[in-house]
Design a protein around this ligand. Structure first.
Ligand code: SF4
Length: 373
């Protein structure tokens, strides 16, 4: 059972049970230790996963004395809002959350015509060190627990379902989360067990109940974990952040490439496709003068042509003071066209929320900079 150390006013710490980290069986065992019957666990479970309760006071069918006991002993909801902002077009919302130990993470909601897509974090910070990424700059603070991953989804599920929820966005409520991408802060494969516990909770019809095919896990390419994912039996989509077609360039942009080379990574993806018969997405963030030449597009097209795949070309979200800047629209189109000429399906992903620091890790970085100023 996961317990969270909380600082209390005296400076001492006390441990509280993190309810979102528990399975239904574990929740039932926990309540049994409090002298409660099994149906109480089921009631709490429904409040969490079907009604998105964020406080014990909302659980109106629990006895008051139990609610008070739970407040003393357990944490229902591990996230506190630090900053919550909406883009000018009111189609993107980004929240910076504080975790119980003071770490911060980001989650983004993007509203499309029919889809409401969440981009969630799997770690506080990231150890992968990609040179163009704001999250990389602070390194890895720690893994998120399964409950902290799930909580990001429950927050926005509650937001979308509530007609009164602020801030207002460009949508008619009630509505629901339709898609989840693990492309926020962190490398999901580097926190494999907690991420997969969270994914099972999110896809379990008895819990959150989102279809696995509506969830995408994005990795920079931890090969042993791609092989492991192929065995999981859940139809979660795999996306691989490639960003360069050869080791010379990828080694500069994505340091993990020094350990797992491009050709070995593509071989792992081929094994994954053979095993799952599922199409894989390659993410390619186009950076002006770095990885956007026609020659690199042709090299990428040749390497990906044999694979059942799709390339998402992403105009880079510029980081202040970074040497990496987005490719022009014209050069982006040319890059995509060359991939298509090689028989590789490719599309340009819409860039959202530039003015709200929607790139991975940028809001957290801006917040840290404000605190340091
Ligand atoms: S791009 Fe992703 S994997 Fe790379 S450092 Fe940033 S968060 Fe980590």
């Amino acid at each position: 059972m996961t317990e969270i150390n909380l600082e209390i006013e005296s400076g001492a710490t006390m441990e509280k049970v993190a309810l979102l980290d528990l399975s239904l069986e574990e929740l039932t065992e926990y309540l049994a230790r409090l002298g409660q019957p099994a149906y109480r666990a089921r009631q709490i479970w429904e409040w969490i996963y079907k009604r998105y309760a964020r406080s014990f006071d909302e659980m109106s069918n629990l006895p008051k004395v139990l609610r008070e006991q739970l407040k003393d002993e357990a944490i229902l909801y591990p996230l506190t809002i630090v900053t919550q902002i909406v883009s000018q077009a009111r189609d993107t919302q980004k929240v910076l959350f504080r975790l119980p130990d003071g770490q911060t993470i980001e989650t983004v909601l993007m509203v499309y015509d029919k889809r409401r897509t969440l981009c969630i974090s799997s770690q506080a910070g990231c150890a992968m060190g990609c040179t163009f990424c704001a999250t990389a700059q602070g390194g890895l603070a720690r893994n998120l627990s399964a409950g902290e991953i799930v909580a990001q989804v429950l927050f926005f599920a509650g937001f979308l379902a509530d007609p009164e929820a602020e801030p207002q966005m460009d949508l008619e409520r009630p509505t629901a989360v339709t898609n989840i991408v693990l492309m926020g802060m962190g490398e999901p494969m580097h926190n494999y067990d907690n991420v997969w516990t969270a994914l099972r909770r999110l896809t379990d019809g008895d819990a959150f109940g989102l279809g696995a095919r509506n969830i995408t896990l994005s990795t920079v390419g931890l090969i042993p974990m791609i092989d492991r994912m192929a065995e999981e039996g859940l139809q979660i989509n795999l996306a691989v952040s490639l960003h360069a077609p050869n080791d010379d360039l990828r080694g500069q942009l994505v340091p993990i490439n020094r350990r797992w080379k491009v050709d070995d990574l593509l071989a792992a993806v081929a094994r994954y496709i053979e095993k799952t018969h599922r199409r894989v997405t390659f993410e390619y963030a186009l950076m002006r003068g770095v990885n956007d030449s026609p020659e690199l597009a042709a090299e990428l097209g040749e390497k990906l042509a044999p694979l059942l795949c799709h390339v998402n070309v992403i105009p880079l979200n510029p980081i202040p003071d970074s040497p990496f800047q987005p490719t022009s629209d014209e050069d982006t189109e040319r890059f995509v066209q060359i991939l298509r000429e090689h028989g590789v399906p490719a599309t340009v992903r819409l860039r959202r929320g530039i003015e709200i620091n929607a790139g991975c890790g940028q809001l957290r970085q801006a917040s840290a900079a404000r605190r340091a100023a």
